[in-house]
Ligand binder design. Structure first.
Ligand code: ZN
Length: 181
């Protein structure tokens, strides 16, 4: 069983706009801005042998404002830039009540099956509470980058930036679930 690191797309792998206190992700390759600061940091996780899985809620696919082809173009760029093993998408709207829209853990469970990951020894990186909640349900350790979207849900660590998150993951050599200090 392998150790995975799940990385939320928007706000971690690519930059987002903020409108009315909400993150707005890119809808086309032209709008996509890779978070260049993250590139060498994510590379450290890859070099340490972790399976890297990007995850993202993209309700625009069901609501009709996200074109599938543009999404694929953006994701091709992210997969190449970050050497991701996979990039999993929930295409649903909240009214679909699917198991994969975060904070539900469906994407994590799907990846664990596909990549033979040990969820108890895997990590979730995000700047939003929904990913911490998905991590808790799936049994992963969550590491949030401090942001206006963290809120007060259970999470294992809140750290100032992605550099600190990566260092923390590389220092944890546990065989079981890590408890926050
Ligand atoms: Zn879904």
């Amino acid at each position: 069983m392998k150790q995975g690191v799940f990385i939320e797309r928007d706000g971690v792998l690519n930059l987002v706009r903020v409108e009315r206190q909400h993150q707005v992700g890119p809808l086309s390759l032209e709008e996509m801005r890779v978070n260049t600061v993250a590139v060498p940091l994510v590379a450290k996780l890859k070099a340490a042998g972790r399976v890297l899985i990007g995850t993202t809620n993209q309700p625009g696919l069901s609501r009709g404002y996200q074109n599938r082809r543009e999404l694929d173009r953006m994701h091709d760029l992210l997969r190449k830039t970050f050497d991701l093993d996979d990039l999993l998408v929930c295409p649903h709207d909240e009214t679909d009540r699917c198991p994969c829209r975060k904070p539900n853990p469906g994407l994590l469970v799907e990846a664990a099956f596909k990549w033979k990951l040990d969820l108890d020894r895997s990590f979730v990186i995000s700047d939003k509470w929904q990913d911490a909640e998905a991590a808790r349900t799936a049994g992963c350790t969550s590491l949030l980058i401090d942001s206006p979207w963290v809120r007060k849900v259970h999470r294992d660590f809140v750290l100032p930036d992605l550099g600190a998150v990566v260092e923390k993951i590389l220092r944890i050599k546990s065989t079981g679930r890590v408890m926050a200090a």
